[in-house]
Write a protein that binds this ligand. Structure first.
Ligand SMILES: Nc1nc2c(c(=O)[nH]1)N[C@H]1C(S)=C(S)[C@@H](COP(=O)(O)OP(=O)(O)OC[C@H]3O[C@@H](n4cnc5c(=O)[nH]c(N)nc54)[C@H](O)[C@@H]3O)O[C@H]1N2
Ligand SMILES: Nc1nc2c(c(=O)[nH]1)N[C@H]1C(S)=C(S)[C@@H](COP(=O)(O)OP(=O)(O)OC[C@H]3O[C@@H](n4cnc5c(=O)[nH]c(N)nc54)[C@H](O)[C@@H]3O)O[C@H]1N2
Ligand code: SF4
Ligand SMILES: [Mo]
Length: 705
């Protein structure tokens, strides 16, 4: 798609590559040289013609030119010259850099076996070829596997437990709902397009928006009702709402008899879980719970949009499952604009064998937990057993030195002398600073890729639009270079990224690249009956499961509740740690991406701890004063910000700021545990008990002594 622009460039179709369920359809202004080659980008806007994006994108991506043309972008391969983490490097050639990486991998493999190399990646780009191609090298070489737990594992477990399939009512149907419940998510900051469809419903139908979130986010501030639960108590709220539905005649018994597994057991189980019970756990008043339950009970077209936030606790999978039970008890899945939604990932039915090299996979190779990178690198026997240590890393699209839990362990791991680390990055992140070899990476406008959307239903293409700066290479090109040197054989290494994308589309039953490009995108939302589970849910018996088979989902299943419940497994506050800390996403950042762009930094200003004014008063802390937060893992110092709209005993630190932006260079994930959330792992970023003290008081009391 090419249209004229007013500022000289032409607009080309693309798609936002970032880890955000909105996966916005973009139009990017391309600046060209005399020969017509794309040399840079100008304005970035949302595609009006895409029915989900509807012309709206977030501010941080609208400013993308400042990221592509950032003066600090990495453009040359670097070799470490100073101590690990010092940031001292010298430039080397790309071929030499790849030679060194391959030699290090071969040398360590000879010493310890192939599992000693851990290709470590995540979702800095969501393009299927550039993100997931690393598995092809992994499988070809027998390198260690990665269990992806840093983001979606707890949601996956909770959703699949009841529904049995990753899909649901078309997210655009929110515009036709009378009640949208945003449960544990903050789309104003994290996926702005949800708000487009909510706004449509409010304008056209007078729809209500209810937000369940421990603090007054931008989304909560815009809501008709904000339920400021204590973190990690959503299961209790969900149970009480179902209790009221049974009590007040809003339960759809015919529906449950037809399409659920254990409605009678559920009703009996919920008898003791009413609003009084839930009030004591959630900290909401009985009146708030009754009001929400009544509104939900009487509204047919009620759409629950599950965010990720409330899953990031030790009981997160149980809580998510409990929430998905609501539309089943009340039969709301049947209605247009009704039901619940988390992710549409199953509707794409990708055949990723070419991208990931499935044919080469050896099931005997160990799989290491991504969120426990600190434990793995510091040799924790829980993770390694009797198998070899990890002595070499290839890292693409992720910044674990900042984003992973228990960051002190991560730091110690990266500092190990016997560890060889190659980081392929766009910027000198804190992870890249620990590397022995840093390789410069392309950005999405500089390489070809294929994208799916978790939060809607479009397959989209992101073609290469501009030439990369300096020597930047795409992930695929780096993998090709390493494969050649390591002797890894697979036809995927001999194809271009676009050829792989095209072949993957066709193998998955979709039209090829050119055909999709001609139509700009492909909307693959299944029809109403399938999306609303009219003929049945995803399990073999076609029923929604109130009593999940947790054992089929993950190894740590014995701790899971038999029926939806408040699972009291959280890091509860106690006398020594009276606050529950949530590290919710900052609006102008995307994880740590955009922490390098001036437009985002100047709006976020600095890391802050949001405290209830009464807590602040009790602590003797003023707005703008410094506070120290701590637990057994350590302490961090941040600026206090007084905030109404959250309960006392709750502290919010919006994230993910670089560690370097905190006093002493230790970031917020120092305090976050790397305990795996059951039943199949998952990082528990919003499940941390801490103490809070005035930061200056400690110094004063020392002085007084
Ligand atoms: N601006 C911005 N956008 C982003 C990101 C970002 O960092 N910044 N990150 C991207 C990524 S990787 C993801 S996965 C998505 C995540 O986007 P979301 O689905 O929005 O999930 P979270 O980021 O975990 O947190 C969302 C909200 O959950 C709330 N929350 C925390 N604990 C609880 C709880 O126990 N109960 C309830 N009810 N709510 C709770 C938090 O206060 C927060 O407001 O966003 C993506 N978009
Ligand atoms: N405290 C706290 N911690 C959190 C969270 C939280 O809510 N609170 N959220 C968690 C969640 S949900 C997630 S998903 C993780 C995400 O954590 P990460 O996956 O580490 O996400 P980013 O920080 O955005 O890092 C992505 C990196 O990929 C790089 N990158 C982008 N595109 C490419 C490319 O094409 N090639 C290469 N080689 N590199 C590229 C970017 O420059 C960036 O540095 O963080 C988690 N950490
Ligand atoms: S809302 Fe999400 S998908 Fe859309 S442009 Fe922003 S980060 Fe990208
Ligand atoms: Mo995420």
């Amino acid at each position: 798609m090419t249209t004229a622009s007013t500022t000289g460039g032409d607009y080309q179709g693309s798609v936002c590559p970032h880890d955000c369920p909105s996966t916005c359809a973009l139009e990017i202004e391309v600046r060209r040289d005399e020969a017509g080659l794309g040399r840079g980008i100008g304005a970035v806007r949302g595609a009006e013609a895409n029915s989900y994006t509807a012309g709206v994108i977030c501010a941080k991506v609208a400013r993308y030119a400042e990221r592509v043309h950032h003066p600090d972008r990495l453009t040359r391969p670097l070799l470490r010259t100073g101590p690990k983490g010092s940031g001292q490097f010298r430039e080397i050639g790309f071929e030499e850099a790849l030679d060194r990486v391959a030699a290090a991998f071969m040398e360590r493999t000879a010493q310890h076996g192939s599992e000693t190399v851990w290709p470590y990646y995540y979702a800095g780009t969501m393009g299927l070829v550039q993100r997931d191609g690393i598995h092809r090298l992994r499988h070809a070489m027998g390198y260690s596997g990665q269990l992806n737990t840093i983001c979606t594992a707890l949601c996956e477990a909770g959703w699949i437990a009841g529904v049995g399939k990753y899909g649901g009512p078309d997210p655009r149907e929110m515009a036709e709902s009378d009640l949208i419940v945003m449960w544990g998510g903050n789309p104003v900051a994290t996926q702005v397009n949800v708000m487009t469809h909510v706004t449509r419903a409010r304008k056209a139908r007078g729809a209500k928006l209810v937000v369940v979130d421990p603090y007054r986010t931008g989304t909560a501030a815009a809501a008709d009702m904000h339920l400021a639960v204590r973190p990690g108590t959503d299961g209790a709220l969900a149970c009480a709402v179902m209790h009221v539905a049974f009590r007040d005649g809003h339960a759809d018994r015919d529906y449950m008899a037809r399409l659920s597994d254990a409605p009678a057991e559920l009703e009996a189980h919920l008898a003791a879980r009413g609003p009084d019970w839930a009030s004591a756990i959630t900290g909401l008043s009985v009146a708030e719970i009754e009001a929400f339950a009544a509104l939900y009970g009487r509204t047919e077209r009620a759409y629950i949009r599950c965010g990720y936030g409330f899953s990031r606790s030790r009981n997160g999978a149980a809580s998510l499952h409990a929430v998905t039970c609501l539309p089943t008890v009340t039969g709301k899945w049947r209605h247009l604009g009704g039901g619940a939604f988390w992710s549409n990932r199953a509707i794409y039915h990708w055949d990723k064998s070419l991208i990931e090299g499935h044919d080469l996979r050896d099931p005997r190779i160990r799989i290491l937990d991504q969120s426990r990178i600190g434990a793995v690198l510091t040799g924790d026997r829980c993770d390694l057993g009797a198998r070899p240590p990890v002595t070499a890393l290839l890292i693409q699209n992720t910044n674990p030195a900042v984003v992973a839990p228990a960051s002190e362990k991560v730091r110690r791991g990266f500092l190990r002398d016997d560890l060889f680390t190659c980081v392929h990055e766009q910027f000198m992140t804190e992870t890249a600073k620990y590397a022995d070899v840093v390789l410069p990476a392309t950005m999405f406008v500089e390489h070809d890729d294929l994208y799916q959307a978790g939060g809607h239903s479009h397959i989209q293409l992101g073609p290469k639009l501009v030439e990369p700066p300096g020597e930047c290479r795409s992930n695929h090109e780096v993998l090709q270079g390493l494969a050649r040197r390591l002797g890894a054989r697979h036809r995927g290494f001999d194809m271009t990224a676009r050829e792989i994308a095209d072949a993957t589309l066709r193998a998955s039953g979709w039209p090829g690249w050119d055909e999709i490009a001609a139509g700009r995108w492909l909307d693959v939302q299944p029809g109403f009956a399938e999306s609303h589970f009219i003929e049945g849910f995803g399990h073999k018996d076609g029923r929604f499961h109130f009593a999940p088979d947790w054992a089929a989902i993950g190894p740590d299943h014995t701790v899971m509740p038999d029926l939806p419940d408040h699972m009291a497994a959280i890091d509860a506050a106690d006398d020594d740690h009276p606050f529950r800390m949530v590290t919710a996403p900052a609006r102008q950042f995307l994880n740590t991406t955009f922490t390098e762009t001036p437009g985002s930094r100047k709006r976020e200003i600095e890391p802050k701890a949001m405290l209830h004014p009464r807590d602040a008063e009790r602590l003797g802390v003023a707005d703008g004063g410094r506070v120290r937060l701590g637990n057994a893992r350590g302490e961090v110092v941040v600026t206090a910000k007084l905030a109404e709209g959250q309960q006392e005993g709750v502290v919010i630190v919006e994230s993910v700021w670089p560690n370097a932006d905190f006093e002493g260079g230790v970031g917020i994930n120092l305090l976050v545990s790397d305990d795996p959330g059951p039943p199949k792992g998952g990082a528990v970023f919003h499940d941390t008990a801490v103490w809070v003290r005035p930061a200056v008081a400690a110094v004063e009391s020392l002085a007084a002594e």
